[in-house]
Design a protein around this ligand. Sequence first.
Ligand code: SAH
Length: 249
Amino acid sequence: MDAERRAVLAYLGAGIVTLIPGSGAMAAEDRHLQLRMQMVAEIAEMARRTGTQTGRAAFSDAVMEAMRKVPRHLFVPASDIDSAYRNHPLPIGSGQTISQPYIVALTTDLVEPRKHHRVLEIGTGSGYQAAVLAELVEQVYSVEIVASLAREASERLRRLGYRNIEVRLSDGHVGWAQAAPFDAIVVTAAATHVPPALVEQLKPGGRMVIPVGPQHRTQEFTLVEKRADGTIDKRVVLPVRFVPMTGGA
Ligand code: SAH
């Protein structure tokens, strides 16, 4: 095809998009949905491969549905929108990252979310993990220590219509005593130890996932279960690398 013909076709193509209002945006939405389906397929494959280690070769249908639903591309910087659905972590500013989709799905599956649950997240970041949880439970409480991230995530979640997520600017080491106890707690920054306040704020029968270990190195993704009698059971699920949990006690 010669250059002139290409130019004419491009012109006509542009014309069609402007003649049918909104079709450009719809095409982009379709593309993002398609990318999300692909992302979920990759998560399923990775879950299968890591199943012997994690004890979960497949995640629940509800978790996969939530991963299919939340528009991850709206949680990353505009410059990274094309990479949003790759199975990678991405920078979100202030030296922080949005976790890899597989890790978000694994985290969510490990705490076994139920519709009536109230869940605490430490490390709001972009708000993506909170949104995935909010699709599955009654109420999400999320704590972020960086003011700009807390504000942006809170605005983003409101804009996207999430009414069951509360974001608070605070140090997650102390949890959120006023809203406790929680059915589940997810910590999305690497802690040197399991903060005692978080164990206290977990309901008997509740589950917490937390990366524990040295900062800027590999940590142990740990599942902490509080038994009905209040005793604690810990199991290491996977080696992971999270950004450090700052502040501290
Ligand atoms: N869950 C996020 C990604 C988390 S990155 C998402 O879905 O996008 C880890 C986040 O934990 C960062 O935003 C970091 O600022 C925050 N953080 C680090 N230490 C913290 C602390 N002590 N209390 C609360 N948030 C903390």
